[in-house]
Design a binder for this molecule. Structure first.
Ligand code: SF4
Length: 592
């Protein structure tokens, strides 16, 4: 058990040589953990000149210094070079992985190189094994999970199993890594990075232990934090209807994308509202390890498989983003149809948001006669679930040239086949907020091209005036606060409970006063480093595209103000360049 907590403890496995080592990496007071740690590791070990799918590129899974000590410190940052953008990227997921890594004694797992054949990596406090799993080639996520869970059976309480499906093996640029049940490193293609390493899955056995801090201070603070999370109304909405509660509200605001963002409101919303999912399909809520909230909503999918009354039943997770991307965006108004699509997407190992938005573009392009069945193989039309189900499989399997190109991104496909004006891509396939100018810019330019980079959507809803300078100051400052959270790595839903001051108190209580004291400047430094890495790996603020569709959107505020949007984008691009130029030099690691 280590006693010096000034560095991060990183397990590095090189699949090429089959060797592993434990690194004492850098200074925690400088890189913090999670998002900062992943960036610092890539700055030290990444190949800036090599492409994303070069197997030598690191694939990093990092937790934070508070993981295992406080509630909702339940997430892991996956850091990788994205095959979708070519740039340094992050994707975050919950499940059991964070606690398994903590119990195994690591702040991060870094994998480089490619195995000779399809393999599974099994790591624990005293174990690093690589198993040949060639028999799982082509296996879907569900059956791969069943086999992989046999590894590390002895530590089932703190064991996590992550794996890819056929989409990741095939290199679809928005293939995800499925984490345990119902969680994902969804966006920007981490699944393909794993596939390029010939890695079907990773099992982390949390078979070690770590002591809790002595004295009363930690216990007292822990009680306070727990009470704040469970005895106030802060988290109630996430457990009750969950994020799907937003469907009705955003539809009412005329900010919910429908039919590939051709409209922002539809009176048939009741068929796929959060209330309908809860009343008719909700089986249970479940939670990531270490979370007392339980926001993961599991719906019941019944599928008839014979003409008599014979049904298969399945449990499928749903939330706002998945209902938007594989429901309203596709013109579907039946909750059961959405669950069927989500189940298929999960099985194939595709990111549900990118694949849904990609198929929405296909449906509009078919409507407009830009695509025909010569490309789509099957009929793909808004409101018809079977075509989307079939198309998902063609997309994951790359059945023809069209689907192979579509698997590299919607805008890339539109550049080849036509229809780029209505490709709903802002850096990657959009998230489900048609709230206006600031959100569109924040997603197109944001670090992860994600609605979670900053609260651009909330600025659109609350700002009284169109002041581009104030909007950009908000985006930069809000991102900084989120980076602190993502460096710990807390669930973003707990951001009202974990402000900078509370994070500092938590760090002090677990014996990291130097990290607490340096929190503000380290957060700024990691914000700068992340932008610096993104720019060094190809991000060009002058080349960012915002397709025409985003200038045509009509929300509750009326039409989009293109002049205001341009002002925000020019100022945000400059702010990004300024941050990237201020990046610190990162100290490396040594074997320990
Ligand atoms: S609130 Fe939801 S996503 Fe966040 S840690 Fe809890 S269960 Fe996981």
């Amino acid at each position: 058990m280590r006693t010096d907590h000034s560095y991060s403890r990183v397990l590095h496995v090189d699949l090429e040589t089959g060797r592993s080592r434990v690194l004492r990496f850098g200074s925690r007071a400088e890189h913090l953990g999670g998002s900062g740690l992943a960036a610092a590791l890539y700055a030290t070990y990444g190949l800036h000149e090599a492409p994303a799918l070069d197997p030598r590129q690191p694939l990093i899974f990092a937790v934070g210094p508070l993981t295992g000590f406080f509630p909702l410190m339940s997430k892991v940052v996956c850091g990788f070079r994205s095959p979708y953008t070519g740039e340094w990227a992050e994707s975050h997921a919950g499940g059991r992985l964070a606690l398994s890594l903590r119990f195994a004694g690591y702040d991060a797992l870094m994998v480089t190189g490619a195995a000779r054949g399809l393999s599974a990596l099994v790591v624990g406090a005293r174990t690093v094994d690589v198993h040949d799993v060639n028999y799982l080639r082509g296996a879907d996520v569900f059956s791969a999970g069943k086999y992989l869970r046999r590894f590390g059976k002895s530590s089932s309480g703190h064991r996590s199993c992550i794996r890819i499906g056929p989409a990741g093996e095939r290199g679809v640029h928005y293939a995800c890594i499925n984490v345990d049940s119902f969680r994902h490193f969804g966006r920007l293609g981490a699944g393909s990075v794993m596939g390029a390493k010939n890695l079907k899955g990773i099992v982390v056995q949390g078979d070690g232990a770590f002591p809790l801090p002595d004295g009363n201070a930690y216990a007292k603070l822990m009680r306070e934090v727990y009470k704040d999370i469970t005895a106030t109304d802060k988290m109630r909405k996430y457990h009750d209807l969950g994020t799907p509660a937003n469907l009705l509200a955003l539809n009412e605001l005329k900010a919910l994308p429908w039919n590939n963002l051709q409209k922002t409101y539809d009176e048939r919303i009741d068929g796929v509202s959060g209330e309908t999912f809860a009343d008719k399909f909700l089986l249970r809520q479940t939670a990531c390890a270490g979370c007392p909230v339980g926001c993961i909503h599991i719906g019941l999918l019944r599928q008839q498989f014979a003409s008599d009354h014979e049904f298969l039943y399945k449990q499928v997770s749903y939330d706002y983003e998945s209902i938007f991307s594989q429901g309203t965006m596709l013109g579907l108004t039946n909750a059961s149809d959405v669950l069927a699509l989500l189940d298929e997407t999960e099985k194939l190992g595709l990111d549900c948001m990118s694949s849904g938005v990609a198929l929405a573009w296909v449906a509009e392009a078919v409507d407009k006669g830009v695509l025909t069945e010569a490309e789509t193989i099957v009929p793909v039309r808004f409101g018809e679930v079977q075509g989307f189900l079939d198309a998902l499989r063609h997309l994951a399997l790359g059945s023809n040239e069209f689907y192979r190109v579509l698997g590299t991104g919607t805008l890339k496909a539109a550049d080849v086949y036509g229809g780029s004006d209505y490709a709903c891509v802002l850096g990657q396939e959009m998230a489900g907020y048609a709230t206006g100018e600031v959100f569109f810019v924040s997603q197109a330019y944001g670090f992860r091209h994600s609605h979670l980079d900053s609260g651009g959507y909330s600025w659109d809803q609350s700002a009284k005036e169109k002041d581009a300078g104030k909007a950009v100051d908000f985006l930069v400052d809000d991102e900084y606060k989120r980076i602190l959270i993502n460096s710990m790595v807390s669930c973003m839903f707990a951001r009202a409970s974990y402000g900078p001051e509370r994070i500092g108190e938590c760090l002090e209580s677990v014996g990291l006063p130097d990290v607490a004291a340096n929190l503000g400047s380290a957060g700024k430094a990691m914000q700068a480093l992340r932008w610096n890495l993104k720019c060094r790996t190809g991000f060009d603020v002058h080349a960012v595209r915002i397709p025409k569709r985003y200038t045509e959107v009509v929300t509750w505020k009326g039409g989009i103000d293109v002049g205001y949007m341009d002002d925000v984008r020019t100022r945000y691009a400059q702010a990004i360049l300024d941050m990237a130029a201020a990046a610190p030099v990162v100290s490396g690691g040594e074997e320990g």
